[in-house]
Design a protein around this ligand. Structure first.
Ligand SMILES: *[C@@H]1O[C@H](CO)[C@@H](O)[C@H](O)[C@H]1NC(C)=O
Ligand SMILES: *[C@@H]1O[C@H](CO)[C@@H](O)[C@H](O)[C@H]1NC(C)=O
Ligand SMILES: *[C@@H]1O[C@H](CO)[C@@H](O)[C@H](O)[C@H]1NC(C)=O
Ligand SMILES: *[C@@H]1O[C@H](CO)[C@@H](O)[C@H](O)[C@H]1NC(C)=O
Ligand SMILES: *[C@@H]1O[C@H](CO)[C@@H](O)[C@H](O)[C@H]1NC(C)=O
Length: 295
């Protein structure tokens, strides 16, 4: 019973989101509605009014299935909304703020919630923040000054066809982006599984390009590599384990989900050994996080 009520709520939410997405478009097409009692199975999908978005089932790794919304016309299936879980994507035309959150995917193949989230500053400041594991804030947009967020100076050079608004309401601080029709691009704003924000867009052709990303240094993302991990953004794989340690979970580590499990000591400490310990200290040339508290 409880489960049914939950799936109802989620379905309602899905349809609400979908109808909001529909208003993103203009022309009318058939097949954009799933009526009460109707069902969607297998590879069946419904397509938004403008033909921009498609809703159906998808499977990132061919075994687990999720319901989601993606771009209908783009060959590379780009999911903009993962079911039963918060989104990692925000689209122009959607108001975002209040208690809403973008939550990262666990890894590029797994839409279940990762450790990073993006939301309006819970302290009430007129800004948006990136947070690790619901607790540690590691980046912020800077406060809204009526035109731009103070740490995003590049916003001063936005195209005239891009309108960013932000306002405080009773339910919190909100922002929205509107694109005038002459802006013939499909941008999406994504919180990646590596805890960074990106604006990706397709301008001509079918490839996504990243136009903007923050934090500027990938290693400024708190907890990216997990316990006993170190980060180097010059490496193809940013994270590695410090000397004497190895990934706790090789599967997670290989799929870039470094932070959730981190690294473990390869052999136990033996400082108490009567016949002389082989333990030693190792010099590490690393920068510690700003709010470093562990020892
Ligand atoms: C919706 O479709 C119309 C007609 O094809 C087009 O002019 C318009 O730009 C589209 N809007 C969006 C947001 O894609
Ligand atoms: C697919 O992903 C899910 C969720 O991470 C995982 O449980 C499952 O084992 C994966 N299947 C394969 C074949 O990798
Ligand atoms: C995230 O926080 C929870 C407690 O709120 C804790 O149990 C968990 O270990 C933390 N995750 C990581 C990866 O540190
Ligand atoms: C110390 O003793 C332990 C247990 O007998 C042995 O495993 C270890 O190899 C010894 N270490 C050294 C440095 O001799
Ligand atoms: C530590 O790393 C910094 C930056 O790469 C470098 O400038 C410095 O010389 C290094 N220090 C040591 C002791 O290796």
């Amino acid at each position: 019973m409880e489960k049914r009520e939950k799936s109802w709520k989620t379905l309602f939410f899905a349809l609400t989101v979908f109808s909001q997405l529909k208003s993103y478009g203009a022309a009318i097409d058939a097949g954009d509605t799933l009526s009460l009692g109707a069902s969607l199975t297998g590879t069946q999908t419904i397509i938004s009014q403008n033909g921009t978005f498609e809703l159906g089932f998808f499977s990132p790794n061919g075994s687990n299935w999720y319901i989601g919304i993606w771009y209908a016309k783009i060959p590379e299936k780009t999911i903009v909304w993962s079911f039963d879980n918060p989104v990692n994507t925000w689209l122009p035309g959607m108001r975002f703020g209040g208690q809403q959150k973008l939550v990262s995917w666990k890894n590029p193949m797994d839409p279940t919630p990762g450790l990073f989230s993006f939301r309006a500053d819970p302290s009430g400041a007129k800004q948006f923040v990136l947070t690790w594991n619901k607790s540690i804030q590691y980046w912020e947009t800077g406060t809204w000054d009526g035109k731009i967020f103070s740490k995003l100076l590049e916003m001063a050079n936005l195209d005239k066809g891009v309108h960013v608004r932000a306002e405080s309401r009773n339910s919190g601080f909100y922002t929205s982006i509107t694109l005038l029709p002459e802006i013939n691009v499909l941008p999406r704003f994504v919180l990646t599984n590596l805890g960074g924000l990106q604006i990706n867009a397709i301008i001509r052709g079918s490839k996504w390009n990243t136009f903007w990303s923050q934090p500027a240094d990938a290693c400024a993302v708190y907890g990216l590599c997990g316990a006993y991990g170190t980060c180097n953004s010059n490496n193809l794989h940013f994270c590695s384990c410090v000397e004497g340690f190895a990934p706790t979970d090789n599967g997670a580590w290989d799929s870039q989900d470094w932070g959730s499990s981190g690294c473990v000591r390869q052999s136990p400490l033996n400082c108490d050994a009567k016949n002389g310990s082989t333990d030693r200290f190792v010099d590490l040339n690393v920068t510690l996080p700003n709010d470093y508290t562990s020892s």
